[in-house]
Write a protein that binds this ligand. Structure first.
Ligand code: FRU
Length: 591
């Protein structure tokens, strides 16, 4: 049952306090001054006799506006003002049982893709697709959080507001140390897609610049800086980076089912160079959210990696992240593998729109959105929706002549450790599973580091359980050469069938997923791997998510779960042969 968020009303306060009921139709609120539209938001206002799902604030002070600058369409102003009040401070957000402990989440409202990630002077900046007016997609802003270590995040005021030109879609940031754009040395320049269905080109690339290290931004008066030359409709998510060998900036924009490369000397004038991607990998609909960087193997070989997020296209339905490895000559990308080769960055179902920080030197640090467009807007949280997965350091390795990307939690994760204990020599056989109480009491935030020895046949694995009988089954299937995570009985799983506006039915889901399948959420995901005896697993658990990194991140799987109470016990089992857990380190994590 939704609760009302509390707040202290004051008729002259700078915050408009808007009661929201998600089931209602949208009306439009506009802030305009002197003939200029400063702000547009679609809101689902709760009626007079309706219990709101929650209250959200709108900071009029940010726009230097007052009540008389606010206009409504779709409702009579007098009726709207009866429902809205004012306060000096934003309403408090109540605690809720599915709020993760150590993963980054928005303070309230809806979050999707991480955007514009950069590092400067000791702080990591994470912006994100943000709807501050509801826990479902809409009103795209860039929310903002900062962290000194990638694991302790602090919320900041919204960085980029939706404006009269449209929604602020995904993009990237660079630090312009040499003042190539003329905004100032060390200016942070962020690129985003402006999305407006009423304009000729509905998706155009725009920039905003910050002279205070990413805290506040001014949108460039010459926007848009890039429109599509062929009027293509899906043209978005600009990734900008510095290309040292030719002293130029490069922008990659996803354009339907390809990635287009542009170059610039000043970040404002962009010249088309090439397109790549047609027919590569899985692409039932458009490509989204590109990233492009170099990685080097332990043996010293350097390659370019193209990240391509696709929705739908995930092996298990909905959205997922692919990558391609190859070469780049400053103009175009050449993929080393044949078009039909598909490489996934993560084999779970809750890993999307993954992009990396800029300005991190040799480190390539990726941040996934930990959800799926199939059901992201209907997961059972109340005052916020979605979290980011733990930032992951990417690496390159070679296997059977092919290059692959590994992903492993950043070393800074150790800043969250709150004490650990290690068990060893645990062995399970078909008639003798081993039960282990992980914690007598836990808030559901911990890490398991597990060294296993897997028998050559059958299934062997770990089942996480709680007192309510919820189970997540994670096992090696030696016969099928897979690692599997089955969340069909993990807790609340019965919300997965309704499609969202973004999610489209994945035609091949049932065909490819011969494993347990109940609905879009309640299913098993698996990673093909060579199951060959000794393996290591790092398992991160945080109330509603499990991230598993096998063999140093060579196979990764991220899945959401909604148990009725944290999992506090483990069962080690095998249906054939002897499965041994040689070492199990249990580490409580917290902020
Ligand atoms: C990916 C995406 C992006 C777009 C953004 C809109 O999840 O569809 O392509 O910029 O979300 O919120």
């Amino acid at each position: 049952m939704p609760l009302l968020l509390s707040c202290h009303r004051s008729p002259a306060g700078r915050y408009m306090i808007i009661p929201i009921r998600e089931a209602n139709d949208e009306i439009t609120l506009t802030i305009g001054k002197g003939g200029e539209t400063l702000y547009v938001a679609d809101i689902r206002l709760a009626g007079e006799r309706e219990l709101p799902d929650y209250l959200v604030p709108l900071d009029l002070g940010h726009f230097g506006a007052s009540k008389r600058d606010v206009h409504f369409s779709g409702i009579k102003a007098a009726k709207a003002w009866k429902l809205i009040s004012f306060a000096d401070t934003p309403p408090e957000v109540p605690a809720e049982r599915y709020r993760p402990v150590y993963h980054h989440t928005p303070p309230y409202g809806w979050m999707n893709d991480a955007n514009g990630l950069f590092y400067k002077d000791g702080l990591y900046h994470l912006y994100y697709q943000y709807n501050p007016f509801a826990c479902v997609w809409g009103n795209m802003h860039w929310g903002h959080s900062v962290s000194p270590d990638l694991v302790h995040w602090e919320h900041q005021p919204v960085a980029l507001y939706r404006d009269g030109y449209g929604h602020i879609f995904s993009g990237s940031s660079v630090v312009d140390y040499d003042n190539t754009a003329g905004f100032g040395e060390g200016a942070v320049v962020s690129f985003y897609t402006s999305y407006n269905t009423e304009r000729e080109f509905i998706q155009t690339q725009c920039l905003a610049c910050s002279l205070d290290d990413g805290m506040t931004f001014t949108k460039y008066e010459g926007n848009p800086v890039l429109t599509p030359f062929d009027g293509i409709k899906d043209f978005r998510d600009p990734k900008v980076f510095w290309y040292g060998p030719e002293s130029k900036w490069i922008m990659i924009v996803s354009a339907d089912k390809e990635m287009r490369f542009y170059s610039s000397k000043d970040l404002k004038e962009w010249e088309y160079m090439s397109a790549w991607g047609e027919g590569y990998g899985v692409q039932p609909r458009q490509f989204e959210c590109p990233d492009f960087f170099q990685l080097t193997t332990a043996e010293g070989e350097t390659k370019w990696v193209m990240i391509v997020n696709v929705n739908p296209g995930c092996f298990f339905g909905g959205s997922a992240t692919q990558y391609f490895v190859g070469g780049f000559d400053g103009r175009s990308f050449t993929c080393d593998s044949p078009k039909e080769t598909v490489k996934w960055l993560d084999w779970g179902k809750d890993h999307y729109a993954t992009v990396c920080f800029s300005n991190t030197g040799d480190r390539v640090i990726a941040v996934p959105w930990m959800s799926n467009w199939q059901y992201g807007t209907i997961v059972p949280t109340e005052y916020f929706r979605s979290a980011n997965a733990i930032p992951r350091e990417l690496g390159l390795f070679k296997d059977g002549g092919e290059y692959y990307v590994s992903a492993y939690p950043v070393a800074e994760l150790s800043n969250l450790e709150k004490g650990s204990r290690t068990l060893s020599g645990i062995a399970a056989t078909a008639d003798k599973p081993q039960g282990i109480k992980l914690f007598d009491s836990t808030d559901g935030a911990y890490e398991l580091d597990v060294d296993v020895n897997v028998p050559a046949a059958g299934r062997s694995g770990l089942r996480l359980t709680n007192a309510a009988g919820d189970v997540v089954d994670m096992y090696f299937d030696a016969s099928l050469q897979r690692f599997v995570m089955d969340r069909t009985k993990s807790g609340t799983v019965d919300f997965g069938e309704r499609s969202t506006t973004h999610g489209i039915e994945n035609h091949d889901r049932r065909k490819t997923n011969s494993m347990n399948y109940v609905n879009d959420f309640a299913l098993a995901t698996w990673a093909p791997m060579s199951v060959k005896g000794i393996h290591s697993m790092k398992i991160l658990y945080d109330l509603t998510s499990l991230e598993v990194f096998i063999d140093g991140g060579r196979a990764v799987m991220t899945n959401l779960v909604f148990p009725d109470g944290p999992y506090d016990s483990l069962e080690v089992y095998s249906d054939k042969g002897r499965f041994s857990v040689d070492k199990l380190t249990i580490t409580a994590l917290g902020l």
